[in-house]
Write a protein that binds this ligand. Structure first.
Ligand SMILES: *Cc1c(COP(=O)(O)O)cnc(C)c1O
Length: 382
């Protein structure tokens, strides 16, 4: 086994921190000295800046991206007896919240090139019980929101954008999270705008929805100790808001660095057989939370992850860490057995789970590191 001198992580945020350390520590120390750790002006100003960045009138922060999605469904009154259409190829949080509010997730297969919901297949999944669609802008690649909003309008459905992996991305010149009825964001450390812990936010242009969200996230209470409904405790810590406020100013430049890295990956990978680099839709400007290739499985039938896993192990031996987002589609998860999906029912998502491999991607990834990734890939595939 050859162990390279430098190993390359799939994700690294230490380098980035070192570039903003002075600013962040000053803000953190100031916040600590202020004694105001929950709510307060820092959270309020972060919400204003996040709303302004997205060109929306409302931003409500919360404790996580999962809570953002949960609160969005609650604020829209989605619950028992309702159906929500979403993708089986995403992190569990997207559908988990649908189940958590008592509604039923309905999975629609994905498009083989974008890994996002196949919009052509949505109409067939709509029933009289369908209330909403949750598109996920997976890996930072925006869904065709023009087509999706047209479809939602025809069927009178609400659109909740899962923007957890796509902060800063846009479709047709508009930021994701500002196109649907509600946008849900995560500030988990690996996301494009990551905090130093958990955090989330919801964007909307509807002040009524925003007001409902604020009640729900504060124990169902508008006036202190008067509780109108069952809510939750979901707050963005002032400390996280102080940090995120600084990082928001760098978001566009970090996303541009990701775009440059993605362009270079596209070029370098085009010469390697047996893989398909990710493809962008015209109209979208993605932010590359992940750079995910397909490692084509032999014959491409029988759907096995063996070859991809073999490639991943060879890369690891050469010091190149990769990730598998996601190894199993949601419709076949044990927790959703009761929904009655069978293997083979959503074939594109199932095949994709067996072939995806996310290469190292973070704004500070150097050309030298990238060359090492390519070298290692060529070594096992060429
Ligand atoms: C990360 C993520 C979430 C959940 O965000 P948390 O802040 O971790 O709760 C939801 N959806 C997608 C697509 C994600 O990647």
């Amino acid at each position: 086994m050859i162990q390279s001198i430098n190993s390359i992580p799939a994700f690294d945020n230490k380098q980035q921190y070192s570039t903003i350390e002075a600013e962040v520590s000053a803000a953190v120390l100031e916040l600590l000295a202020s004694g105001r750790y929950i709510g307060g002006s820092v959270v309020a100003s972060f919400e204003q800046q996040f709303a302004a960045y997205h060109g929306v009138s409302q931003c409500v922060t919360c404790n996580s991206g999962t809570d953002a999605l949960y609160l969005a469904l609650r604020a829209l009154g989605i619950g028992s007896g309702d159906e929500v259409i979403t993708t089986p190829f995403t992190f569990i949080a997207t559908s988990e919240v649908v189940s958590a509010v008592g509604a039923k997730p309905v999975f629609v297969d994905i498009d083989a090139t974008t890994y996002n919901l196949d919009l052509q297949q949505i109409a067939a999944a709509i029933t009289p019980k369908t209330k909403a669609i949750i598109p996920v802008h997976l890996f930072g690649q925006p869904v065709d929101m023009t087509a999706l909003m047209d479809l939602a309008k025809v069927h009178n459905l609400i659109v909740i954008e899962d923007c957890a992996q796509s902060t800063g991305a846009s479709w047709a010149g508009q930021r994701v999270g500002s196109i649907g009825h509600i946008g849900c964001f995560s500030f988990y450390p690996t996301k494009n705008l990551g905090g130093c812990g958990d955090g989330g936010a919801i964007t909307t242009n509807d002040p009524e929805i925003a007001a409902k969200l604020r009640v729900l996230k504060e124990h169902g209470s508008k006036n202190r100790y008067i509780h109108e409904e069952i809510g939750v405790n979901s707050r963005l810590d002032a400390l996280q808001a102080a940090i995120l406020q600084i990082k928001l100013r760098y978001l566009d430049s970090w996303n541009n660095q990701r775009r440059a890295i993605a362009q270079r990956y596209h070029q370098l990978l085009s010469q390697i057989p047996g893989i398909i680099p990710p493809q962008e839709l015209t109209g979208g400007s993605g932010v590359w939370n992940q750079y995910t290739i397909l490692v084509l499985s032999e014959g491409r039938n029988g759907s096995s992850a063996k070859h991809r896993d073999w490639v991943r192990d060879r890369l690891q031996e050469q010091g190149v860490s990769t990730m598998i987002y996601y190894p199993h589609p949601l419709h076949l998860q044990p927790v959703y057995q009761s929904l009655g999906y069978r293997a083979g029912q959503l074939p594109v998502a199932e095949q994709t789970c067996n072939e995806v491999l996310s290469l190292p991607m973070f704004p500070e990834l150097s050309q030298q590191q990238q060359d090492q990734v390519i070298y290692a890939l060529k070594d096992c595939l060429a």
